[in-house]
Design a protein around this ligand. Structure first.
Ligand code: ZN
Length: 415
């Protein structure tokens, strides 16, 4: 490697870790770690994007000091099921398929960035993005984040959704090419192997299968086949499964998380609890459902969707299934941005009977565990400084997360 290349790489690494930034000191009323609760320390020193000291330390002369003595300092939040590169507008498009076919790529890229910033502003510093990103726009967003061109939460992406023929689309044979741009259709083992390798080539952190959109679906054996490839590559497997049998087969086959799982019965939940499989996307809000289906909030369909969602959340809690905060938000509503739409999902967990402490854990520790990096939800010296400032302690009042005051990403204040 020549010297210029070496210097360029070193410069990039230093830039991406905030190494040229001044040290940062944050003073807070309290510091809350989601696992440990209230820490004895109320001051934090950040250097090179990481927590350098807690409690007593000498403030460096060149430090930037943020005095939030009236507020709480804690870790950033996580959403384990996002689609930042999809913003569905029912007033402009008939359905998602129509939007994917007609929206220009440039407009979609803008949506990716706007949604990423909106999530950050609401306190989300880690997201697991599960496809619907067109031609690997998720990869472009991840690269832009790494190069610090735009502020983006820690971005764990799936690449293209792998599904049996047809994807999740309403499709005519003559429009197949358009849909295979959004999905990888894979029905045989050879096709599955190739599809997973294609996503791994593009750096996917998680492999996503959409199993049961049509009358055919992936078998337990198919899931096991893909899980092995994903796990051998040190990646996780997320399976979109709606019906009870599809969920059961996905869990038995070794999926790490079930996406949606709307029709899961006791049988599936008992198996998930036993195997430690994560339940992802079990929440919705009236507004969220109303936005997606373009129906009045008080319509019978929306009422039933919300009621079913609550019943499922209660059953998940009853069976002690591992649960992650996962919103699947794809729309705006009444002028609310992506971040606000996502954070509002807190209400369905409250209504389903989860305590404030449990909800905060689902939004932090559990997402970080699923992402394979628990340090993202811990306040410890040496860990990256992805932090939020809130008016009150979220373990005592979870609603305070709807009023995130400031956000730090790698020690840099982004909001
Ligand atoms: Zn989704």
């Amino acid at each position: 490697m020549d010297l210029i290349t070496k210097l360029a790489i070193t410069g990039f690494i230093l830039l991406s870790t905030g190494a040229f930034a001044n040290p940062v000191v944050i003073k807070a009323k309290e510091i809350i770690d989601p696992s440990l609760g209230k820490l004895t320390a109320s001051r934090m020193l950040i250097q090179d994007g990481k927590i350098k000291a807690l409690g007593k330390f000498k403030i460096p002369k060149n430090a930037v000091i943020y005095d939030y003595s009236d507020s709480i300092l804690t870790v950033g939040l996580g959403d384990a099921h996002t689609h930042l590169c999809t913003s569905f507008d029912p007033n402009k498009y008939v359905d998602l398929t129509d939007q994917k076919n007609r929206q220009r790529v440039g407009s979609r890229v803008i949506d990716c960035i706007v949604n990423a910033k909106s999530m950050l502003k609401s306190g989300f510093t880690m997201v697991r993005d599960l496809g619907n990103s067109g031609d690997y726009l998720d990869v472009d967003l991840a690269n832009a984040a790494r190069e610090r061109k735009v502020p983006v939460p820690d971005f764990f992406y799936s690449g293209k959704i792998i599904s049996p023929y047809g994807g999740q689309s309403i499709m005519q044979p003559s429009t197949e090419r358009l849909h295979s741009g959004e999905y990888i259709f894979a029905d045989t083992k050879d096709e599955l192997l190739k599809a997973v390798r294609q996503n791994l080539f593009y750096g996917s952190h998680v492999i996503k299968l959409a199993s049961d959109t049509h009358s055919y679906r992936y078998s337990e054996d198919d899931i096991r086949f893909v899980a092995k490839i994903a796990h051998d590559a040190k990646k996780t497997l997320a399976v979109h499964a709606w019906t009870a049998d599809a969920v059961y087969d996905a869990v038995k086959g070794g999926a790490d998380s079930i996406e949606h799982g709307a029709l899961s019965s006791d049988r599936e939940l008992i198996l998930m609890a036993k195997k430690g499989t994560y339940f992802s996307h079990a929440s919705t809000t009236i507004e969220h459902a109303s936005a997606i289906f373009n129906l009045p909030e008080n319509s019978q369909i929306i009422t039933n969707i919300y009621k079913d969602n609550l019943a499922l959340l209660k059953n998940i809690k009853k069976h002690k299934v591992a649960l992650v905060f996962a919103t699947d938000t794809i729309s705006s509503y009444k002028g609310k941005g992506r971040g606000v739409m996502a954070i509002d999902h807190i209400d369905s967990y409250v209504e389903a009977g989860f305590t404030d402490e449990e909800i905060f854990s689902i939004m932090t520790i559990d997402v970080a565990k699923l992402l394979g990096d628990i340090s993202l939800a811990q306040i410890k010296v040496g860990h990256r400084a992805n932090l939020i400032i809130t008016p009150q302690n979220p373990q005592e009042n979870i609603q305070t997360l709807k009023q995130v005051q400031h956000v730090f990403l790698n020690g840099t204040k982004v909001f």
